[in-house]
Structures are given as structure tokens and as C-alpha cells.
Design a binder for this molecule. Structure first.
Ligand code: MN
Length: 344
């Protein structure tokens, strides 16, 4: 008794950033996420969150909420123990609303694991119970970026991710200045599609010559430019990752087949839980590395990714810092201190 989904509700919640967060595709001072509340017929509640991204995924809150009745038709009356059956239907119905799919699937797993009396990270495999995240510095002045980098190092972070992709010379200068205060710790640089192939190569060359420890060069060129990504991968010394180019398992399959990537950045908001699980197994089979990232999830939404990452134990790098950049009250199902997230 009590395993069937009685109702599912959607509500918009707004979060303010501590300061404006800027990437090559634009800036924001706040985010509005869709919070999902699913109730089983015994009253058990599962929570999930969808953080849509217009600039990366082309999703709007409004277009995603347009699928509310479709989701209700699929999930209401279903037994959460048969989650694969529900997920398969959501994979099809929400193929243009990936963040919503992630939120709904997350709410289903939250309810299922509460009923089972296990934690979500155990549901995903229980591989680890502690993970370490990086922290992201947006596109800002060199002086401000250096100040932020120092502050994060003082807080114990061992990996700094920095957004680039606007002007490769200025970007390189800023990265060198950041590295100067964080070395020999590692950096992830993320262009969010902002460079041409040549700019990406020139940018990476400067960093390589100056000895910057770049763990990953993320999405240097347009998401649609697979040939360009391959060329960058062949020409630069650093591991190259696809992020904005990978949503479904089929995107991952194509990039792996083409030999276009060293790493894939999985985000539940792009793939949902179902495609993220498929990409994990595919990448491991193909010897492609994995990192996990986020959109603008609050601590509620990031909690699912923290459990997914720890449970699968599949990721070399974790970029699960979004809630740390918000002004919000912590609601995640994990403990944290600086860069360490603990599951128990
Ligand atoms: Mn990225």
C-alpha cells in the first residue's frame, strides 16, 4: 500500500545570486526554478527541482510548465517502484523539457527512497559518501576574479572553474592572474561555446606555455560544431570536454563515436536521471572521462546531483556549486563545509 502517485504539483521559486553571474552567453542576477512536489497515496512526499536554461537549452519556465498536464497524465496512479516504466514515458514526452524531466524523475526517486528507507545515494549505488566540488568564477574584471579566487582558496577549494569565451586575449590574461594566486591547484576553463576553433587553440596555447594546470577545457566551440570540437581536441594539450553539446544519451553516443571528447560534463538538468545514467555507463565503457555540473539549482535541486554523483562514484570532477552562489536557506539532504559534501 501507498506506493502509487496521487498528485504532482509545480511551483515557481525565485533565488537571488550573491552577485551577478556572467558567462559568455549572458549574465543573471536571479534565477527562477520550478519546484516539484509529488505525493504518494499514503502521504509520502517527494521533492524535485527544475532549473531551466534558456541560453544553453532553449527552455523557458513557461514552456516547461506547459507540460504539467502531460506529466500528470503519465505519473498519477503509477507505482513508484516501477520507476523505469515511468521514466521511459517521460524520456519521450519531455524530450524538449529536460530540466522538468530531471525534476520529476528526482521527485519520484525521492519518494521511492523515502518509502524504501534508503538514501538516494544508496539507490544510485552507494559508491562514495563524500565528494569534493569546485567553485565557479564568472566573467568579471581581472581584479575581482583574483579577489574571488583568493577567497575561495582560503575557504579550502582545490579546484577553481572560470568562465571564459568572450575575448581570448583578455580571458587568457585573467586566467593567468587567477592561476598566479591558486597554483599549483587545478583549473577548469569553460568557454560556453564562445570561441572559434582558432581562438580556442590560441587561448589554450597561452595557458599551456605559461604552465597553467588546466584539468579540463570545457565546450570551447559552438555546441553544434562537432568537427570544430574534434579539431580543438586534437590541437590542444588539455583534456577537452563537451557540455552544452550533450543533452541526451544520443548526443553522448555521437560525440564518443566521432572521437570528439576527452570528457563529458553531465548535468541532470540537461539529461534527467535516466539519460544521465545511460551516459555514465556509455562513457565508462568508452574510456571517456566524466564531470558533473549544474545549472542554477538551489540546494534542493543540487541535492539530487550530489546523491547521483556520490552514488555512482563515476565523476573525476564535481562542479556542484550553484546554491553556494545564491542567497538561500539550505535545504539539501547532505552536509557540507566549503568544498566537501558529505552523505550519510
Ligand atoms: Mn559548462
Amino acid at each position: 500500500m501507498g506506493w502509487k502517485i496521487r498528485q504532482i504539483e509545480f511551483e515557481i521559486k525565485e533565488y537571488e545570486y550573491v552577485k551577478e553571474f556572467r558567462i559568455s552567453l549572458g549574465g543573471s542576477t536571479r534565477t527562477r526554478n520550478i519546484e516539484i512536489t509529488l505525493t504518494l497515496d499514503d502521504g509520502t512526499v517527494g521533492k524535485g527541482e527544475a532549473s531551466t536554461s534558456f541560453s544553453i537549452a532553449g527552455e523557458l519556465k513557461e514552456s516547461s510548465l506547459g507540460f504539467a498536464d502531460t506529466v500528470r497524465e503519465i505519473v498519477v496512479g503509477e507505482d513508484v517502484r516501477n520507476y523505469r516504466k515511468i521514466f521511459d514515458k517521460l524520456d519521450f514526452a519531455l524530450r524538449k523539457a529536460m530540466a522538468l524531466k530531471a525534476g520529476v524523475q528526482g521527485a519520484i526517486i525521492d519518494a521511492l527512497t523515502k518509502k524504501l528507507g534508503i538514501k538516494m545515494f544508496q539507490f544510485f549505488g552507494g559508491a562514495k559518501n563524500v565528494i569534493e566540488t569546485d567553485i565557479t568564477i564568472g566573467i568579471e574584471s581581472k581584479e575581482e576574479a583574483v579577489k574571488d579566487a583568493k577567497e575561495y582558496i582560503d575557504k579550502g577549494f582545490n579546484m577553481i572553474k572560470a568562465k571564459v569565451g568572450v575575448n581570448w586575449r583578455e580571458d587568457a590574461e585573467r586566467i593567468l592572474a587567477i592561476y598566479d594566486v591558486i597554483k599549483p591547484r587545478g583549473m577548469i576553463v569553460d568557454a560556453n561555446q564562445g570561441f572559434s576553433v582558432k581562438e580556442a587553440i590560441m587561448f589554450a596555447d597561452v595557458l599551456y606555455r605559461e604552465g597553467v594546470n588546466v584539468a579540463i577545457f570545457e565546450q570551447p566551440v559552438k555546441a553544434t560544431d562537432i568537427d570544430g570540437l574534434k579539431e580543438v581536441r586534437r590541437s590542444v594539450k588539455f583534456p577537452v570536454a563537451a557540455d552544452d553539446a550533450v543533452f541526451s544519451r544520443y548526443d553522448a553516443l555521437r560525440l564518443i563515436k566521432e572521437g570528439a571528447v576527452d570528457f563529458i560534463n553531465i548535468k541532470l538538468m540537461k539529461s534527467g536521471v535516466s539519460d544521465a545514467l545511460a551516459i555514465v555507463e556509455m562513457a565508462k565503457s568508452a574510456n571517456v572521462g566524466l564531470m558533473i555540473g549544474c545549472m542554477a539549482e538551489s540546494s534542493l535541486g543540487i541535492s539530487l546531483s550530489v546523491h547521483f554523483a556520490a552514488g555512482t562514484g563515476a565523476f573525476t570532477y564535481h562542479d556542484l556549486d550553484s546554491f553556494q552562489l545564491h542567497k538561500e536557506e539550505f535545504r539539501g539532504d547532505f552536509k557540507w563545509e566549503g568544498n566537501k559534501y558529505y552523505l550519510e
